[in-house]
Design a protein around this ligand. Structure first.
Ligand SMILES: Cc1cc2nc3c(=O)[nH]c(=O)nc-3n(C[C@H](O)[C@H](O)[C@H](O)COP(=O)(O)OP(=O)(O)OC[C@H]3O[C@@H](n4cnc5c(N)ncnc54)[C@H](O)[C@@H]3O)c2cc1C
Length: 402
């Protein structure tokens, strides 16, 4: 009996297992994740703001497995040894595999900026997202005692996709924070510190401009052209403008780091040919050096033949890769050759709170209500795709009319 080991039960890993477990044959699957639940990473900002409880964006992994074909192990992967075909885990004995799928996802990228890891809050999983919300509740309460306005300031490092979605979710919750602090909602400051001089580069100029105006209209302060140099406890040190020598500071009791992500550190630890935790995979999604190892989701870099650059890492491509690997493994287990993967993005939609969004689907630019509805439809599709109908009904976003 062949052993297929899948590392990570995020979009890519869980989708691969769900696809492969439908096949029959002489194989068994082992799925490993450090948590016993799957979470929708695309909605972490809602847990961080307090708009959603953690249960709304996560569900037990075992609920969606066929336990006759899949064994689930809750443990942390520490290393992969491709020459001996073994996986080391933190608390359980080593696993042997015939086929391996590495889908360990993303972690925060600090670009070596001093203090970013230690002095800023990270938002990389459900626990860190929940910790941000708990922290905000504490700081708002602290304002009542101290009257120090730093406790009212929510400072987001980075105005990329994640930073903007987080800032939008904070706007939705502003009233609740204000009640805790005993101030008016306008006194809660939401600030994004960003090195670039414009935002939303993934969208065409006109749509990006609309997004910038929307964000500012909602009361989010964009500090553009501000290059972060260091994070000190309660303080961000930055230079204004590319060549600026003089450093400036802005203080806040809540500082959140959202400037970028890299692939899991396990990739470097295991000697993969990686850059920032990502492996450039072959056309069929295999590790070019090892034909029995697939690398998918945020730990992989799949080249876009048009731009000759890797496609951006997203849940959308991770899910598609997972499905493809499930199919390719089924082929390999039957002695057939794996097929090449191809990808066309179905579009990108960024939410700015629950009722505002903007995005592009094909050539069409979407704004306002239609974009916000589409965002929820995309979330629901993801739940259906990976969790099935039961998870969609339990956790879907059906507040489409607002
Ligand atoms: C706030 C936010 C909003 C986003 N919005 C969008 C969006 O709108 N659209 C979009 O397409 N993408 C979006 N993304 C990006 C998207 O979430 C990622 O690209 C996607 O999660 C990658 O999927 P994955 O399966 O590779 O990894 P992940 O979703 O990161 O899953 C990795 C899994 O591996 C497990 N794991 C990690 N390390 C270990 C270990 N050492 N041992 C055991 N288990 C481990 C984790 O517990 C997790 O279950 C967003 C991301 C964020 C943070």
């Amino acid at each position: 009996m062949k052993e297929v080991v899948v590392l990570g039960a995020g979009y890519a890993g869980l989708k691969a297992v769900r696809k492969l477990q439908k096949e029959s044959g002489d194989f068994h699957i082992i799925l490993v994740d450090r948590n016993d639940y799957h979470y929708e990473a695309t909605e972490l900002h809602e847990v961080a703001s307090g708009s959603q409880p953690r249960e709304k964006i996560s569900y037990p992994i075992k609920d969606v497995l066929n336990l006759k074909k899949v064994t689930f192990i809750q443990d942390s992967v520490t290393k992969v040894d491709r020459s001996s075909q073994t996986v080391s885990l933190a608390n359980t004995s080593d696993l042997h595999y015939d086929y391996l799928v590495v889908a360990l996802g993303f972690c925060s990228e600090t670009f070596g900026i001093t203090g970013a890891q230690e002095n800023a809050l990270q938002m990389v999983d459900v626990n860190t997202a929940e910790a941000i919300h708990n922290h905000i509740v504490k700081t708002m309460t602290k304002y009542r005692e101290t009257k120090d306005r730093n406790y009212l300031r929510l400072l987001i490092c980075g105005a990329g996709f994640t930073g903007i979605e987080l800032a939008g979710a904070f706007v939705d919750e502003r009233k609740k924070y204000a009640e805790l602090a005993g101030v008016s909602p306008e006194e809660i400051e939401i600030i994004c510190v960003e090195a670039a001089t414009s935002i939303l580069p993934m969208f065409k100029k006109e749509l990006a401009q609309y997004g910038t105006e929307l964000i500012e209209k909602l009361g989010i302060t964009l500090m553009l052209g501000s290059m972060i140099k260091e994070i000190k406890p309660g303080e961000v040190v930055y230079a204004q403008g590319q060549d600026a020598q003089e450093l400036q500071t802005i203080s806040a009791e809540t500082i959140i780091w959202t400037t970028g992500v890299s692939g899991s550190p396990v990739m470097a630890e295991s000697g993969f040919n990686q850059r920032r935790g990502r492996v450039v995979v072959a056309n069929d999604l295999r590790d070019p050096d090892h034909p029995n190892v697939y690398v998918v989701g945020d730990v992989s870099a799949f080249m876009d033949p048009e731009t000759n650059r890797p496609y951006p890492t997203t849940a959308q491509i991770a899910t598609r890769m997972g499905a493809h690997v499930g199919k390719n493994l089924a082929r390999q287990l039957k002695g057939e050759e794996p097929e090449d993967f191809s990808y066309t993005s179905q579009g990108t939609v960024a939410s700015v709170g629950n009722t505002h969004a903007l995005g592009e689907v094909g050539p069409a630019a979407l704004k306002g209500y239609p974009a916000s509805v589409l965002k929820k439809v995309i979330m629901n599709k993801s739940l259906l795709d990976i969790g099935g109908l039961k998870e969609l009904l339990a956790r879907g976003r059906f507040d489409l009319y607002h």
